[in-house]
Design a protein around this ligand. Structure first.
Ligand code: ASP
Ligand code: MG
Length: 451
């Protein structure tokens, strides 16, 4: 039985946190493979370093080293500290080299921002050793995590990673060694390529896939997926189990529990996934798997995504100009901008995207020759509501029920996306109404008795 266990930034954010996590690892039965993020705050610090190239390198290295050494000193002394320092200093020298390498290299930012994981994993692995367990700190390089894709938005090459890990990691397990592997990045052409912010969850899923693990555990600082954001809905409760599809939709459209890309690598191998709280290991968390169990309510969860905008592009009879629709989407895609929803009519195309992306998209759309686009209207300050439930779309009258709850609070529905996924119904409302909408849906179809 192989369990891949992933710990996020707060779970390895201090000496106490690392010690807590080490106990969780030790108390888990069977073979264990650990994947960890950088200590909390470290990746943001590194992004700041890349964004302000004028900073003094010595100061940057010192601040970075101090934060880790301070935690290490609380855990190690004597011989084990000396051994730790030796490995730490080697990694610190590479860190300095990384910062001082060519900032014009397309993958410079990947190289620098992925440094934090090399240090958190080293500390965790050493602490396991101190507790009397054999462990080894591996990097994506030494574990064989292969990546493909563009700077800052890599994906794993699952086949190459499986080959790499079969050679480099599997043999460790049969010797009872606990590998502690860096999350967040893989290797493309010999250099780091990151998987996007928060990408360590995805790394762990990739590792689980590569090793054909029996279970993936994502240890974070919340109890699991909730029926709604507990900051908005006081009686929101934790969800015991859900399907891969439901979790993927929720993660993508708002719930910040899990990186949305975590699901796919485990779903394709049907590896169950648990979201658990490293600060409350006695809690069972949320189990995500392929079995479907009917819940009692109509909905399982309601998530929201704020700060979105609807861009409505008008052009006479655009429906008869599919190549123009394709060009619009291409331009948006070229800037790597995510489209959350899209709908068309005879003379308009409406696109839902992040508020922050509006200026870029309008600039790109202005590249069309004069008159091709007649008008662009922007409706910013909207929120997406994502309703997730079992077989939502095959139940009769669901849409009517959901929109009744929306109408009850007087919110106008600005855009709808139904049918794209069979477990979710998504729609857009003005941002100032979104809390009322969620409260109404939650009271009626989750905490209430309505079916
Ligand atoms: N340390 C990286 C980040 O903060 C990756 C992760 O935390 O998952 O984005
Ligand atoms: Mg993180």
């Amino acid at each position: 039985m192989i369990t891949v266990m992933k710990f996020g930034g707060t779970s390895v954010g201090s000496a106490e946190a690392i010690q807590r996590v080490a106990n969780i690892i030790i108390n888990t039965k069977g073979d264990k493979v650990v994947v960890a993020s950088a200590m909390s705050g470290i990746t943001n610090f590194l992004v700041g370093v890349v964004d302000n190239p004028t900073q003094d390198v010595d100061e940057v290295v010192k601040a970075f080293a101090d934060k880790h050494i301070m935690a290490a000193e609380q855990m190690f002394d004597g011989e084990i500290m000396a051994e730790f320092r030796k490995e730490f200093d080697k990694r610190l020298a590479s860190f300095r080299e990384a910062i001082m390498s060519d900032p014009n290299d397309a993958y410079y930012k990947d190289l620098v921002t992925s440094q934090g994981e090399r240090f958190s994993t080293l500390m965790l692995s050493f602490y396991l050793k101190k507790m009397g367990h054999e462990s080894i700190a591996l990097t994506a390089e030494t574990a064989g995590i292969a990546a493909v894709g563009l700077p800052l938005s890599g994906s794993a090459d699952l086949v190459a990673t499986a080959n790499g890990m079969t050679m480099k990691v599997r043999p460790l397990l049969s010797k009872g060694i606990i590998p502690v592997i860096t999350g967040f990045y893989g290797i493309k052409d010999g250099a780091p390529l990151t998987f996007g912010r928060g990408g360590s969850d995805y790394s762990a899923a990739v590792v689980a896939n590569a090793l054909d693990a029996d279970m993936l555990e994502i240890w974070t600082d919340v109890d699991g997926f909730m029926t709604a954001d507990p900051r908005i809905i006081k009686d929101a409760i934790k969800i015991e189990e859900m399907t891969f599809g439901e979790a993927a939709e929720l993660a993508y459209f708002g719930a910040k529990v899990l990186h949305p890309r975590t699901i796919e690598p485990v779903r394709i191998k049907r590896i169950p996934l648990k979201v658990r709280n490293s600060f409350r290991p006695e809690e069972p968390g949320t189990l995500i798997h392929s079995l479907r169990k009917k819940g009692k309510g109509l909905l399982k969860s309601v998530a929201t995504k704020n700060d979105l905008a609807i861009l409505t592009i008008s052009s006479a009879e655009i429906a008869y100009k599919p190549e123009m629709v394709a060009q619009i989407i291409n331009k948006i895609a070229e800037n790597n901008i995510i489209i959350y929803s899209i709908s068309t009519s005879l003379s308009t195309v409406a696109i839902l995207l992040g508020n922050d992306d509006v200026t870029t998209v309008i600039r790109r759309l202005n590249e069309f020759s004069n008159g091709e686009i007649e008008r662009i209207d922007v409706n910013n300050g909207v929120s997406l509501v994502c309703c997730v439930g079992d077989d939502l779309l095959s139940r009769c009258g669901v849409t009517g029920d959901i929109f009744t709850a929306v109408k009850d609070v007087g919110a106008n529905v600005e855009m709808i996306s139904e049918g794209a996924s069979e477990v979710s119904l998504n729609f857009v409302v003005p941002m100032n109404m979104v809390m009322d909408v969620v409260a109404s849906l939650h009271a009626k179809y989750i905490s209430g008795d309505a079916q």
